[in-house]
Design a protein around this ligand. Structure first.
Ligand code: HXC
Length: 520
């Protein structure tokens, strides 16, 4: 008996010693270096993400296959910590790459750990969170590491739209370590401590002779402002992880569920008289669409996605009467809210994200059209703009459109008009629905009359006024049934909430297909 106890104690001691070694990752020195660089360790990040005490770790004692180059190389935990836990009481699966172990590089066994939790997430219908801090393919493992990435990319794609996948980028991520995040629903970067690039500054210098710093090449600002690769950025790991936690609160566990409802004290019938001061009848005076959104949603809280890129369109999540809605809105303050290539990509992607995860869409329209210009045409605005048309038509979630002011031309359709599948279209009395603005229209339609007139300026003014009176208002569109109702601005929140409630159980199907063929 005593012998058995001693043996048992020895086994337990061995387990604890092995676990302690794995927990230390690449060792105390490398962990110190990691912290000194302003980054948390892989396990500290998991602690920050998950509810206390909820983490169950898997594949803790995994080891690499020790090929010729890896013989004698120690990689405790294989450079990644994986498992499940809860965020706000809801189950998620997580992998956290450990930069202190061979730079968090990905070899075959490292990939197997990630694949295991991705498969568990898919089987149990739960989100996957990747805390990325990796130098990419583990060079010593050659094709095995490429294969490992292949297995992860494959799952990123086939689970896309089935369970939410969120990537936090928390260190220098290169090669495969950026393509996997790019395949997920959301990318959140830490400012100053994270980078994303396919090839680093050294390689770029040797190939193109361009000299660039890590930050200039692939820092958080670059990907949040210029490339549109990232969706959000935060100051350091803690802020990024807090953003991921909040993001999760707007998403369902999987595509079969609806997002969670958050009780609110903000009355569903709260009047919104402030809108009368925000939006004026002067069509030339831009206003802050963000103020309009804040007025309409619960507690004025709007969780904007990609706030720094393509700012001429605004997208993000909010709640109305506790229920999550996705908002797509023109931003009259930037480029007069016109739609260009980046805005189209941003909106189309967001609309599809909402549709994947059963999030109703509210579209707020104030748009004069697509941005004219040779550069836009040559860069394919036709192809990119088509994505918006496609995404709205494809989406089967409840869709409400509210025209706040101008809604002209192709952009009227691209912002989810009745014909493009809006379930209900509202307008404010300030709305104007037309093929184009009165000045442009009068100049084209009455050009000859204006040119041949003895008083061309007076004739032009008269024609503009005539056109404006006829079309620059909501009444023609309302009379023809393109607008379901013209509503008082101060009653908008109540009307929208009641309409979303009406659409709550909406069902809509599409003809059989393998999948659609969105113009990419
Ligand atoms: C194995 C690696 C590694 C790698 C770094 N290390 N990259 N080990 N495979 N890819 C090791 C280093 O030897 C070092 O080990 C430790 O990780 C930390 O690396 P440092 O260079 O000291 O860190 P730092 O100065 O912070 O620079 C980080 C870095 C740099 C910018 C990421 O390490 C780097 O450029 N690495 C190579 C990136 C790369 O080219 N990856 C392959 C991409 S191709 P010690 O023992 O000293 O701690 C790819 C293919 C898939 O991913 C593509 C699919 C589409």
């Amino acid at each position: 008996m005593a012998d058995t106890n001693v043996q048992l104690q020895e086994l337990i001691a061995e387990m604890e010693a092995r676990r302690a070694k794995v927990s230390l990752g690449g060792g105390a020195d490398r962990q110190k270096k990691q912290r000194d660089s302003g980054r948390m360790t892989a396990r500290e990040r998991i602690d920050a993400l998950l509810d206390p005490g909820s983490f169950l770790e898997f594949s803790t004692f995994a080891e690499h296959g020790a090929n010729r180059l890896m013989q004698g190389v120690e990689a405790p935990g294989e450079g990644v910590v994986t498992g499940r836990g809860t965020v706000g009481g809801r189950q998620v699966f997580v992998f956290s790459q450990d930069f202190t172990v061979l730079g968090g590089s990905l070899g075959k066994m490292n990939a197997q750990k990630v694949v295991k939790i991705m498969d568990l997430a898919a089987k149990t219908g739960c989100p996957v969170i990747g805390l990325n801090d990796s130098a990419g393919a583990r060079i010593q493992e050659g094709v095995d590491s490429l294969s490992g990435y292949g297995e992860i990319f494959y799952r990123n794609a086939i689970y896309s739209g089935s369970v939410p996948q969120i990537s936090a980028i928390l260190g220098p991520c290169a090669g495969g370590a950026v393509y996997s995040p790019a395949l997920t629903d959301f990318v959140v970067m830490s400012r100053g401590t994270s980078y994303m690039f396919i090839t680093g500054p050294e390689v770029i210098k040797s190939v193109t002779r361009e000299e660039v710093t890590f930050d200039e090449l692939g820092g958080a600002d670059v990907h949040n402002k210029k490339s549109g690769v990232a969706h959000l950025e935060g100051e350091g790991d803690a802020e990024v992880i807090a953003l991921v936690r909040e993001l999760l609160s707007y998403l369902p566990q999987n595509a079969r569920e609806k997002p969670p409802v958050t009780p609110t004290t903000d009355p569903a019938d709260r009047a919104t008289p402030e809108l009368l001061d925000i939006v004026t009848t002067d069509q030339r005076r831009p206003y802050a669409m963000h103020d309009v959104i804040s007025s309409l949603v619960d507690d004025g809280h709007f969780f904007e996605i990609q706030p720094l890129w393509a700012r001429n369109i605004v997208v993000g999540f909010a709640r109305m009467d506790g229920k999550v809605v996705g908002i797509v809105a023109n931003n009259p303050k930037v480029m007069a809210g016109t739609l260009n290539i980046d805005a189209s990509d941003k909106a189309a992607r967001f609309i599809r994200t909402c549709d994947c995860y059963n999030i109703p869409i509210l579209t707020l329209v104030d748009v004069t059209g697509f941005l004219p210009g040779v550069a836009q045409e040559h860069a394919g605005i036709i192809r990119h703009g088509a994505k918006m048309l496609y995404a709205y038509a494809e989406a089967t979630v409840p869709k409400i459109t509210l025209i706040t002011r101008k809604s002209y031309g192709g952009a009227y359709l691209a912002m989810n008009s009745r014909d493009m599948g809006a379930d209900v279209v509202y307008a404010w009395p300030t709305a104007a629905v037309a093929v184009m603005g009165a000045e442009g229209a009068a100049n084209i339609v009455y050009r000859r009359e204006i040119q041949s007139s003895p008083t061309p300026d007076a004739t032009r003014a008269e024609k503009i006024a005539q056109y404006r009176e006829t079309f620059d208002n909501p009444w023609v569109a309302a009379a023809k049934g393109y607008i379901d109702d013209v509503i008082p601005m101060e009653d908008t929140r109540r009307v929208l909430i009641q309409t979303f409630a009406m659409l709550e159980e909406k069902q809509e199907s599409r003809p059989f297909k393998k999948h659609g063929n969105i113009p990419l």
